[in-house]
Write a protein that binds this ligand. Structure first.
Ligand SMILES: [Zn+2]
Length: 217
């Protein structure tokens, strides 16, 4: 079974990339001016480990060195295990688009790690993707298990309630969800509901702009 579909990711708050500040070590690694597909996949894994749907198993382990190797849980079977990343049931690749990526430069003060004070000459700029930037990813699922395909869709959904990078809120939608459902839903009600729920963003831009206006007033 091979299923391909595109997912559009939109960040709702500023998405910070690059730089090497105090959060650097614990953060999702990101290259300047890029949002790597591996970061998105890693965030999906973390999100589904936090919000595992009923009927699925998750060992809850997101650190690759601690993943179980004997009898993997559903999350490990979907995302792959340590030393067995080729086992993963799907790939995520970024699709470069003309529109969408709105980058802004923010001046940030570097904080000294020991004194927790702004360090001398520590002003530096950091690239961030401004709110409402959009990125497109191609997801290719290649296992035969429909259950794990659903878990993949659940993990996209879970990412809406999780965070990416340095605490950025994001929204996602499946592009052309109708034709994806025509291809794979058949009479599978759960699959249809999942794909339908992912067919549009849950946060409307009008709502966000209203909230921004409210904050300013
Ligand atoms: Zn596991």
């Amino acid at each position: 079974m091979k299923v391909e579909f595109k997912v559009k990711l939109r960040n709702l708050s500023s998405l910070t990339v690059g730089g090497g500040d105090i959060f650097g070590a614990a953060d999702v690694p990101m290259n300047v001016f890029d949002l790597p597909a591996s970061s998105v996949k890693g965030a999906m894994r973390t999100a589904i480990s936090k919000f595992t749907p009923q009927g699925y198993t998750s060992c809850g382990e997101v650190r690759p060195d601690k993943l179980d190797v004997g009898n993997p849980c559903d999350v490990c079977r979907l995302f792959g295990r340590t030393g067995h990343w080729g086992d993963s049931c799907f790939t995520v690749t970024q699709v470069k688009t003309e529109e969408g990526e709105r980058k802004e430069l923010l001046a940030r003060v570097r904080i000294d790690r020991r004194s927790w004070k702004a360090s001398k000459g520590g002003l530096f700029t950091q690239e961030v993707f401004g709110p409402k930037s959009e990125f497109t990813f191609l997801i290719t699922y290649h296992c035969d298990d429909r259950r794990l395909l659903k878990l993949l869709l659940y993990s996209i959904s879970a990412l809406r309630y999780w965070r990416l990078g340095r605490n950025a809120m994001i929204d996602l939608r499946i592009e052309d969800a109708d034709s994806l459902c025509r291809e794979i839903c058949d009479d599978d009600k759960e699959m249809r509901e999942l794909i339908t729920s992912l067919g549009d963003f849950i946060w409307s831009l009008e709502l966000l702009e209203g909230a921004e206006r409210g904050e300013r007033d």
